[in-house]
Design a protein around this ligand. Structure first.
Ligand code: 1HE
Length: 265
C-alpha cells in the first residue's frame, strides 16, 4: 500500500507500508539515486514523519544502485557558507534516520558510495546484495565527507580503512564489506528486500522501548566514559523493564508461553 511521497514536490523518496514496516525508497534511478537537496530534505521528512503504525523501517534504492552519493551537479559554484549549510542539512536528515522513532534496515545493492555510504551508515542494520560495492570517491572529486561520514564511519570500520578508501580510492565488494562490518548480512542479488523485510518484521515484534534503547542509548553509551555509560545503562534498563509490555513478556517466558533461545540454524 502506498502511503505518500515524502515530499510530493520532489517525489524522489517514496514511503510504502508492509504491515508494521515502513519501506522508504530512494526513487531517482535515472541519476543512480544521487542525493540532491530536495532528496536529502525528503529523506529527513520521510523518517521524521513515518506513519504511526510503523515499528521498523527498511531503506532501499530503486534501479541498479543503492545510491551514488551527493548529486555532483549541485556543487558547482557553491561557496563555503552555502556548503556548510548544505552539509548541516544532510546532518539533520540523517539524524532523523539514526535517532528516529524506529530501527532502520538498509537494503544495499550496486553503488553505495560517498554520501550513499554515509546514508547507509546512519541506518542500524545493513543487508548487502552480492552486487554491492562500497567506496568513498571524495578524494578523486576534490571534496570531503559532509554527510556525517567522519563521525559515523570510524565507529563502524575505523579510521585506517576510511583513510585508505579516501586516499587510494579503494573499493570494497559485498564480501569485504561484510567482513569489515559495513553490512551485517550478505544475500544473493535480488534477495535483499525480502531479507530486509524479514529482519524488519522481527524487529517490529520487539518491545518498542527495547528498540528505542538499542538505537538511542547504546551508541551514546559507547561514546561515554565507563562511569557515565554505566549510570545511563542502569537508568535506561530500569525504565525499559518497567513498561507493562516488558512485564507481560517476562511472565510469558516464566509460564512457558514464550519462544526459547535456540542455536543458529
Ligand atoms: C550522477 C551521480 C552523482 C551518477 N551526481 N549525477 N559520487 C560519486 O563520485 C559517484 C559518481 N557516480 C558514478 O561513479 C557512477 O555513476 C555509478 C558507479 C554510481 C553508476 O554508474 P552507471 O554506469 O550505472 O551510471 P552513469 O552512466 O555513470 O550515470 C547515470 C546518470 O546518473 C548520469 O547522468 P546522465 O544525465 O548522463 O544520464 C550521471 O551523470 C548521473 N549520476 N552519479 C550527479 N553522484 C554530503 S558530501 C558527500 C560527498 C559525496 O557523495 S562524493 C561522491 C559522489
Amino acid at each position: 500500500m502506498s502511503i505518500t511521497g515524502a515530499d510530493e514536490a520532489a517525489k524522489t523518496v517514496r514511503v510504502d507500508m508492509d504491515g508494521e514496516v515502513a519501506i522508504v525508497t530512494l526513487d531517482r534511478a535515472a541519476k543512480r539515486n544521487a542525493i540532491d537537496e530536495r532528496t536529502v530534505a525528503a529523506l529527513g521528512q520521510a523518517f521524521a514523519n513515518l506513519p504511526a503504525a510503523a515499528r521498523a523501517a527498511v531503506l532501499t534504492g530503486a534501479g541498479e544502485h543503492f545510491c551514488a552519493g551527493l548529486d555532483l551537479s549541485e556543487l558547482g559554484e557553491v561557496n563555503a557558507a552555502e556548503a556548510l549549510f548544505h552539509s548541516r542539512l544532510w546532518h539533520r536528515a540523517f539524524e532523523d534516520i539514526q535517532f528516529g522513532r524506529v530501527p532502520v534496515v538498509a537494503v544495499l545493492h550496486g553503488a553505495v558510495v560517498g554520501g550513499g555510504l554515509e546514508l547507509a551508515a546512519s541506518t542500524h542494520i545493513r543487508v548487502a546484495e552480492a552486487s554491492t560495492f562500497f567506496a568513498l570517491p571524495e578524494g578523486q572529486r576534490g571534496i570531503f565527507l559532509g554527510g556525517g561520514g567522519t563521525a559515523r564511519l570510524p565507529r563502524i570500520i575505523g579510521v585506517p580503512l576510511i583513510t585508505d578508501m579516501m586516499l587510494t580510492g579503494r573499493t570494497l565488494d559485498a564480501a569485504e564489506g561484510l567482513r569489515v562490518g559495513l553490512a551485517q548480512y550478505q544475500v544473493p542479488d535480488g534477495q535483499g528486500l525480502a531479507k530486509g523485510l524479514e529482519l524488519a518484521h522481527i524487529i517490529a515484534r520487539n518491545a518498542p522501548m527495547t528498540n528505542y534503547a538499542v538505537t538511542h542509548a547504546l551508541p551514546r553509551i559507547a561514546d561515554m566514559s565507563i562511569e557515565q555509560g554505566l549510570l545511563l545503562e542502569a537508568m535506561t534498563s530500569s525504565i525499559v523493564q518497567d513498561a507493562p509490555e516488558a512485564k507481560a513478556r517476562m511472565r510469558a517466558f516464566l509460564e512457558g508461553r514464550a519462544a526459547k533461545v535456540r542455536p543458529p540454524a
